[in-house]
Design a protein around this ligand. Structure first.
Ligand SMILES: [Zn+2]
Length: 481
């Protein structure tokens, strides 16, 4: 087994290992932020830490580079904390257990936080070096990127002189990411009332769906378990009367839900007919989604002579009506960049609460006006069903710059080093570049990163050879005038 200490570039992996030893999940970045401040002081560098624990470190240009434009290097301090069910692990107190096969680096039983620890490791290795040649550097580390970009939203960049920003928060080498979607979470709440009921209780569990990321995988047209459950309930309700006793599904607004659960109360003489219809519907759905969701299953269990509470008829109809009226999935494709989703939304979570039914959506668009229009539409539909809507985590799109001197330089260097042109791409997901661009006029940004797979999951892996190539590329970028 290869040891971490043997991995090249040594300085980068050594900082990466240190970072992994300091707990740094979202909202728990203080220790890592303090470490970066301490690091800067030890290296005699100017450093600023704000009350959110964002950090800015400055390093003067090396000899001969004093006249060059300053460069901002940016990454986020926090990581997504996921662990395997069977693994005992406390993200607030324990360091990650790193393992490598010489090709990939990963953490045993948990996420690795290569997203975005590798950016911090690169930056610290550059700041610590006295041999790398570079212009004035302004290194920006933000907090809480993974939970709504609160650090980037709150940071004061007035101390930065740079107009060029290298964001290291992408996961595919050879891609110069140059635009991303903006987003917002919406919470539609419908009023519900309950009533006493008696009858057969049918428990419905829709599961085995493929799921995925609501931004970068929305174009795969996978079934959304919440939406499909809504559709099933509507089809049943067109023929039979029943009341909803429970309805829930999904864990995160930005994940396409893989499972959804419902309970319905039916009159005993209808039970068999309803179950037969459910099975017919399942056959149709399985056929419809046989490419995207081959594992789809519907579990049906019946409890006879149930006595308890359920939503009354008006509330049941309201919930089913909303679920089948609100849009979901891709709303528009870009007319500028082929294959790019421009506007979408995902019903990530639905939840029956005490007096309300809550539907949480992640809305995304690379056009601010299209995002606003979709929010307005969601307000309208929610109000039509007598509900109210809230929003949070609004962040702007990073719109594509037709002319970007920084991107041109980066592409030229890439071509010189590897003999091929890199891809200039846009992504239907959020990056902090949109928020940061609002803080520095005419900011010229590009986002890159080494190859990573399975980010935000326990299968997260960092490609070691790619880390080395991207390191060499960044060094060439720094020393090229
Ligand atoms: Zn990230």
């Amino acid at each position: 087994m290869t040891k971490i200490e043997q991995l090249e570039p040594k300085e980068v992996f050594s900082y990466f290992e240190t970072i992994c030893g300091i707990p740094h999940g979202s909202y728990h970045e203080k220790a890592l932020s303090d470490y970066c401040v301490q690091f800067a002081k030890e290296h005699g560098l100017q450093v600023m830490q704000d009350e959110l624990y964002n950090v800015i470190i400055k390093k003067d240009a090396t000899k001969g580079y004093e006249q060059e434009e300053p460069l901002i290097i940016q990454g986020h301090l926090d990581m997504v904390c996921e662990k395997k069910k069977e693994v005992e692990f406390d993200f607030e107190t324990q360091g990650l257990r790193l393992e490598t096969d010489g090709k990939q680096l990963f953490a045993v039983g948990t996420t690795l936080g290569g997203d975005d620890g590798i950016a911090i490791a690169y930056a610290l290795a550059i700041l610590a070096s006295d041999t790398i040649r570079h212009p004035t550097l302004e290194v920006v580390f933000t907090v809480s990127e993974e939970v709504g970009m609160e650090g980037a939203a709150g940071i004061d960049l007035s101390a930065c002189k740079g107009k060029r920003l290298l964001n290291i928060d992408s996961e595919e080498e050879g891609i110069m990411l140059s635009s991303c979607a903006g987003g917002v979470r919406t919470y539609s709440e419908l009023p519900i009332s309950r009533t006493k009921v008696e009858g057969d209780l049918i428990r419905l569990e829709l599961n085995g769906l493929t799921g995925g990321h609501s931004g970068v995988e929305i174009h795969k047209w996978r079934a959304n378990a919440n939406v499909l459950m809504g559709r099933l309930l509507l089809s049943l309700n067109r023929k039979h009367a029943f009341l909803i006793a429970e309805l829930r599904g999904g864990l995160k607004d930005n994940a396409i839900p893989r499972e959804s659960y419902a309970e319905m109360i039916v009159s005993p003489d209808l039970t068999q007919r309803i179950v037969d219809q459910m099975n017919d519907l399942l056959t149709a759905y399985k056929n419809e989604y046989r490419i995207s969701d081959p594992g789809m299953e519907l579990g049906i269990r019946i409890e006879k002579d149930f006595k308890g509470e359920a939503l009354d008829e008006a509330s049941s109809r309201r919930v089913i009506g909303f679920l089948n009226s609100a849009p979901n999935g891709i709303q528009a494709m870009s007319m500028e960049i082929e294959g790019l989703v421009e506007t979408s939304l995902n019903l990530g979570i639905m939840e029956l609460k005490e007096g309300t039914m809550l539907f949480t959506y992640a809305i995304r668009s690379s056009k601010g006006s299209a995002k606003d229009a979709l929010c307005d539409k969601m307000c309208m539909i929610t109000e039509l069903f007598e509900g109210s809507i809230r929003m949070s985590g609004n962040y702007p799109a990073w719109e594509f710059k037709k002319d970007s001197a920084f991107r041109d330089k980066m592409c030229r260097i890439y071509h010189e080093m590897y003999g091929v042109q890199p891809l200039v791409e846009a992504v239907h997901a959020g990056l902090e570049c949109g928020l940061l661009s609002e803080k520095i006029e005419d900011l010229d940004c590009v986002s890159i990163g080494p190859n990573m797979s399975g980010i935000h999951t326990t299968e997260e892996k960092l490609d070691i050879a790619s880390v080395k190539r991207v390191w060499e590329y960044i060094l060439r970028l720094l020393e090229t005038k």
